[in-house]
Write a protein that binds this ligand. Structure first.
Ligand SMILES: *Cc1c(COP(=O)(O)O)cnc(C)c1O
Length: 497
């Protein structure tokens, strides 16, 4: 068994060799073991020097000054600190925020936290591609608005937001703009001055740096301060106290330096791969592109597939490490809220696949991924209840029975059809739109009922069958749909005879 093809660079990137080397040197070097805040001795000052160098490298990637960058544990913490910290610091000016329904959870949950504390929030709904016009932001601004938080590139679709246009609007009205740039930093050019960004979050592990480190840019003049979320020894100007992680800072700095150097070739590499994959998938009927086809970052291709159930689709893509909208694989039960906001049905949100590409991805990876995807979709569709059943020639004097239950919208849709002859099932076939467990149970049903009569059908208990097969109790509802389909089969049989 070969390893799955890794196509999940939007979730995390491997650490670049250069970064590993820089971090290893830092971790091994006796000269860099002191606390960077220990200014009273040379060892501490030496550690501080390399941390400040790293800070300058981070600042350099986004056109900021080094003293405007503070290290955090990642983009999640940076988002929390930017939003909660800035809102609290400016509380006297008003308690209204503007953000979008398609933001990352780190933003959404920070805003929801403030909403529970009494802040009012305007949640902007983007267009079908995921874009929000600066005029929509303008229209949402109120005299009490203190902060707008809009991400640069969406982590599910790759859609690029017009942050520069939104920044101009915010600046004109004296409202702060926070941008979650976890997906764009190191992938797109960013200049915080040109784009009028006041606060910006980025993450190490999205740009070939280590996990567990990120940064928040805070515009020195326009923001001045945010209320800290942590309290302690006063490091990072008191905004993010705690001993600075020398090796993590160095890793992030080196990753930012490298990303800045490789910005253009990296982007053209992933964009080429994305275009290649899309050219191979776009002609498959019912494959829909999610996100804005024009304003796209290039490292993400997100598609939904019509007529295919999400969990089975994902299971069929087992050789690919991709992100999926299907409930069984994500942390929450909701199929992608981002795709739902963009107008996709729950079924299409579940049958979505996010491919994302990075430096190590090759053309051969794309070719193989496309082949696996096309074969999986094809094989699932051949079993669809929407097609006529593929029954053999009927035996002499046989009667057709058919029983159907569920629907694609409900996530489970089952049709049994077969020939009955002399009171026995001579051939039975199941057509299934459903999760792998439902398929497994249907296969067993077909096997168990071969040659059986009415009594076998009515006596078959799908819940007990599910237990035998080790199907989780949470899927009992799907098993009951199988039972309904069998009952309808019996009713059909009774009608016909
Ligand atoms: C990954 C990601 C985050 C979270 O970053 P961490 O460093 O993992 O906390 C936040 N926002 C977006 C858009 C992301 O893609």
């Amino acid at each position: 068994m070969s390893l799955p093809i890794y196509l999940d660079y939007a979730a995390s990137t491997p650490v670049a060799t250069e970064v590993v080397d820089a971090m290893t040197v830092a971790l091994r070097s006796p000269a860099l073991q002191a606390n960077p805040s220990a200014g009273t001795h040379a060892a501490g000052r030496q550690a501080a020097v390399v941390v400040e160098l790293a800070r300058a490298q981070v600042a350099g990637l986004i056109g900021a000054d080094p003293d405007e960058v503070i290290f955090t544990s990642g983009a999640t913490e940076a988002d929390n600190l930017a939003i909660i910290g800035a809102a609290r610091f400016r509380e006297a000016q008003g308690r209204h925020l503007v953000t979008a329904l398609t933001e990352h959870k780190a933003v959404i949950e920070s805003v929801r936290y403030l909403a529970r504390q009494g802040w009012r929030v305007t949640w902007l709904k983007p267009d079908a591609g995921g874009r929000i016009g600066p005029d929509a932001v303008l229209a949402a601004l109120e005299p009490e608005t203190v902060l707008v938080s809009i991400m640069h590139v969406n982590n599910e679709t790759g859609t690029i937001q017009d942050v520069g246009g939104i920044g101009s609007v915010c600046r004109e009205r004296g409202v702060l703009l926070h941008v979650d740039a976890a997906q764009s930093a190191g992938r797109l050019p960013i200049d915080v001055r040109d784009l009028h960004i006041d606060l910006l979050s980025l993450s190490g592990h999205k740009l070939y740096g280590p996990k567990g480190v990120g940064a928040l840019f805070i515009d020195r003049e326009r923001v001045r301060r945010v209320e800290p979320l942590l309290f302690g020894g006063g490091q990072e100007r008191g905004l993010r106290p705690g001993t600075l992680a020398t090796h993590q800072s160095i890793g992030l700095g080196e990753a930012c330096r490298l990303a800045g150097e490789r910005l253009v070739p990296d982007r053209s590499h992933v964009t080429g791969l994305r275009d290649d994959l899309w050219s191979r998938l776009r002609d498959v009927p019912g494959v829909l592109l999610n996100g804005d086809p024009e304003h796209t970052a290039g490292h993400i291709l997100n598609v939904s597939v019509e007529g295919v159930e999400g969990e089975s689709l994902h299971a069929g893509l087992g050789e690919l490490a991709v992100a999926s909208g299907a409930a069984c694989t994500s942390l929450t039960d909701e199929p992608s809220y981002v795709l739902r906001v963009l107008g996709r049905s729950a079924t299409l949100a579940r049958s979505s696949v996010r491919f994302s590409f990075g430096r190590p991805t090759t053309r051969a990876d794309i070719e193989r991924a496309a082949g696996i995807f096309v074969r999986t979709v094809d094989s699932l569709r051949r079993q669809s209840p929407a097609l006529p059943p593929r029954l053999p020639e009927p035996p002499k004097g046989a009667m057709l029975v058919r029983g159907e239950a569920g629907s694609a919208e409900a996530g489970t849709w089952v049709v049994f059809s077969g020939w009955v002859q002399d009171g026995r099932v001579s051939h039975l076939e199941a057509q299934v739109f459903g999760c792998p467990d439902t398929r497994l149970a249907c296969d067993r049903v077909v096997h168990l009922l071969a040659g059986g009569g009415r009594a076998q059908i009515s006596g078959l208990d799908p819940l007990a069958l599910g237990q035998t097969l080790g199907i989780p109790l949470a899927k009992a509802g799907r098993l009951l749909i199988i039972q309904d389909a069998l009952r309808n089969c019996l009713a059909d049989w009774d009608n016909g005879s």
